[in-house]
Ligand binder design. Structure first.
Ligand SMILES: NC(=O)c1ccc[n+]([C@@H]2O[C@H](COP(=O)([O-])OP(=O)(O)OC[C@H]3O[C@@H](n4cnc5c(N)ncnc54)[C@H](OP(=O)(O)O)[C@@H]3O)[C@@H](O)[C@H]2O)c1
Length: 233
């Protein structure tokens, strides 16, 4: 059985996200009406269809998951993207992407609030792949705490933000080893599902612990930001 490696940081076993609700649960809005079963972890929704979103789509497809990818302009604008991604990928609305069992947020930092505004979060696992390049606006918190506050009701795991999109989307088997990917989060079950996703794609996952401490190590200006490691057998 494959397991993630601990980075020596304490793991907080919490059923809910530590920062959930700090900024309030988004009020139900026009994007209610999820069409998919949030329990379906084999479906990965991706909000943001640019460089990082497409790299995460390739990763999820490599792991044998299906993908629904969304942007701000609607599914019709993603025909070429979905065609390039190939079998298992489809375009959807942001609400449809948010209804998958695992949802990746892959929009520019400044666009995160509007991208998740009005979405329903009912236990979905959210991978926060964003980077805040000007953390002066965080009041000493980690960027993932800020994201968690915007998606109250979801279970946030920080992952996929430390590698460039081209590296993330490539085959993680390199130089006879496996590319390392870092994950941080408070919900053990959610983190396990994210670790399984990356392991199934061929990565060697390292669990950095909870969202505050691990996320802080992963985020911009943290010691693991931009670090590309290969785990040799
Ligand atoms: N690029 C990398 O190498 C890399 C690596 C690690 C982490 N990241 C992080 O990943 C995030 C995305 O970066 P990127 O380089 O992929 O950006 P990008 O190439 O500019 O793509 C941004 C995507 O976000 C979508 N978007 C913007 N506002 C939206 C909204 N309100 N609702 C839905 N979709 C929206 C855009 O859709 P439209 O075109 O329709 O507006 C576009 O598909 C950033 O937080 C970045 O820091 C990037």
């Amino acid at each position: 059985m494959k397991t993630a490696k601990s980075f020596g940081l304490p793991i907080v076993h919490s059923a809910i996200n530590v920062a959930s609700g700090r900024e309030g649960r988004p009020s139900p809005g026009s994007r209610k009406g999820n069409l998919m079963d949030p329990a379906d972890r084999n479906r990965v929704g991706i909000i943001g269809a640019g460089r990082l979103g497409q790299a995460m789509a390739r990763t999820a497809l490599r792991a044998g998951r299906s993908v629904v990818i969304a942007n701000s302009r609607g599914p019709a604008s993603l025909t070429a993207v979905v065609s390039a991604l190939g079998a298992g990928a489809s375009a959807g609305t942001v609400a449809q992407a948010s209804a998958a069992g695992i949802v990746v947020i892959a929009v520019p930092w400044a666009r995160v609030p509007e991208a998740v505004q009005g979405l329903e979060w009912n236990g979905q696992i959210v991978i926060d792949a964003t980077n805040d390049f000007d953390p002066g606006d965080l009041d000493g918190r980690t960027s993932s705490e800020r994201v968690a506050g915007l998606v109250g009701g979801a279970r946030v795991v920080k992952a996929a933000n430390t590698l460039g999109a081209a590296v993330l989307g490539a085959d993680p088997h390199e130089g006879g080893g496996q590319r390392v990917i870092f994950v941080s989060g408070d919900d053990v079950d959610a983190k396990s599902a994210v670790i399984a996703l990356f392991q199934d794609a061929g990565f060697f996952a390292i669990d950095l612990g909870d969202l505050i401490r691990g996320g802080g190590v992963q985020q911009v200006r943290g010691p693991l930001a931009g670090v590309n490691l290969i785990r040799l057998p």
